[in-house]
Design a protein around this ligand. Structure first.
Ligand code: ZN
Length: 163
C-alpha cells in the first residue's frame, strides 16, 4: 500500500531546525498517526510522503511557507496587564487562547513583561522556522468512515474514541 489521500499513516519521526537542534520527536511517545490528505500535518511533509510505502525512510527540509508560515510581526501585540485576571501569575513563555481581530481562535505566547503591559506573540512557535524531518513509514491502512468524517486518525488500530 502507498500513502495517498484517506490513508491512515503511522510514522516514526524526528524534527530538527537548521542548527540541528531537536524540536520534536516521536521517540518515547509512541508512533505518530495521522490521516493523509486532511491537513493534519504541515503541507511540506504531507506532500513529501505521498506515494511512499511501509518501511520507506524520508528526509525532507520544509521551508516556512510549506510549514507553519512566515513570522508576521503584526501578530506581536502589547496589551495592558489589567486585561488579565487580577493576581494572574503571568510569565514569559506562557500561552493563552485569544481571539484574533477576525474572530478566530489563536494561541498567543507571552514574550515580554513590562510594568503594566504584556507583549504577546500570536505567531505559531515554529513560524519562520525551517523544519528538517527524518521520517520512517511504519504502517499504512485505509481510513474508517468515521475517521474520514472526523478528519483525523483514531490511533494506530483505529479504535473508537468519544468526541
Ligand atoms: Zn475522531
Amino acid at each position: 500500500m502507498q500513502i495517498a489521500d484517506l490513508k491512515v499513516v503511522t510514522l516514526d519521526y524526528s524534527l530538527k531546525d537548521d542548527e540541528g537542534t531537536l524540536i520534536d520527536s516521536s521517540e518515547g511517545r509512541g508512533d505518530f498517526v495521522y490521516l493523509h490528505g486532511a491537513r493534519n500535518i504541515v503541507p511540506g511533509l504531507e506532500n513529501a510522503l505521498a506515494g511512499k510505502a511501509t518501511g520507506d525512510e524520508v528526509s525532507v527540509a520544509v521551508q516556512p511557507e510549506e510549514g507553519y508560515g512566515e513570522r508576521d510581526n503584526n501578530l506581536l501585540q502589547t496589551v495592558p496587564k489589567d486585561m488579565f485576571e487580577e493576581g494572574a501569575d503571568i510569565s514569559v513563555g506562557m500561552q493563552f487562547h485569544a481571539q484574533s481581530p477576525e474572530g478566530e481562535m489563536m494561541i498567543v505566547t507571552v514574550v515580554e513583561l513590562e510594568d503594566d503591559e504584556v507583549i504577546v506573540d500570536g505567531n505559531h512557535p515554529l513560524a519562520g522556522v525551517s523544519l528538517n524531518f527524518d521520517v520512517k513509514v511504519i504502517d499504512i491502512r485505509d481510513a474508517s468512515a468515521e475517521e474520514i468524517e472526523h478528519g483525523h486518525a483514531h490511533g494506530a488500530d483505529g479504535e473508537h474514541h468519544d468526541h
